[in-house]
Design a binder for this molecule. Sequence first.
Ligand code: TMP
Ligand code: ASP
Length: 253
Amino acid sequence: MIRRCRIYEGKAKVLYEGPEHGTLIQHFKDDITAFNNEKKDILEGKGVLNNRISEYIFTHLNQIGIPTHFIRRINMREQLIRKLEIIPIEVVVRNVAAGQLAKRLGLNVGETLPRSIVELYYKDDKLRDPMVSIEHITAFCWASLQEVDEITALALRVNDFLTGLFLGIGIRLVDFKLEFGRCHNSDPPALMLADEISPDSCRLLDIETGDCLDKDRFRKDKGLVLESYTDVARRLRLLNEERPIPSAPVLVT
Ligand code: TMP
Ligand code: ASP
């Protein structure tokens, strides 16, 4: 068995030293947690699904020129990624009122927001990831003003891409969380998207039925969590199932 050096273990992922300088291996676990680890479970196969879904999304983001840490998937549970210095800010993009925003501002859940809203939270489990302003971020040197501007612009581009991607498979993207880091391979360091994008970090609703297809099923004890993640992977055509032969285009006369 190959012994690997574990760099970091989070709630849903482990990072190991990578095969080359400046790389890491990101391993997706089956653990699922909510409310800052108060609620936890293990869902066999969740790590495999999130690895595939996140690979698909990050590959496309790289292709459209959004720099990400993703290099390639290695196996069912692992990806080769660039080693970044993680910026301790969680970036949430919201299109529809839900979760903390609906609670905080008394909005009706499901209400479309007047425009997409970007929120910034300080990444600290002990403090329960408090919401912070640009003033806090720059005063405490978590990131520079230029980096915050760049992060906001990238987050909105990711939102445009994801909204279209999910719309195409009958899913409404309510909101999601991103993380960013600095890649020190260049001077000045380049900002890159890090972490994962999966049903763990997004709110996704079936457009027709309004059914929830994400981690809210776990948070709210709705059941069928793994089935919903599988549904997202299936709609993205990531599962090894027989693919129907597409019918020939019909000419409208
Ligand atoms: P919130 O409404 O609870 O703030 O969540 C906003 C979005 O961010 C939602 O899609 C879930 C995601 N999120 C995470 O990925 N990790 C977290 O720790 C939290 C609180 C939210
Ligand atoms: N990610 C956080 C946790 O694992 C909170 C959440 O997603 O609800 O506890």
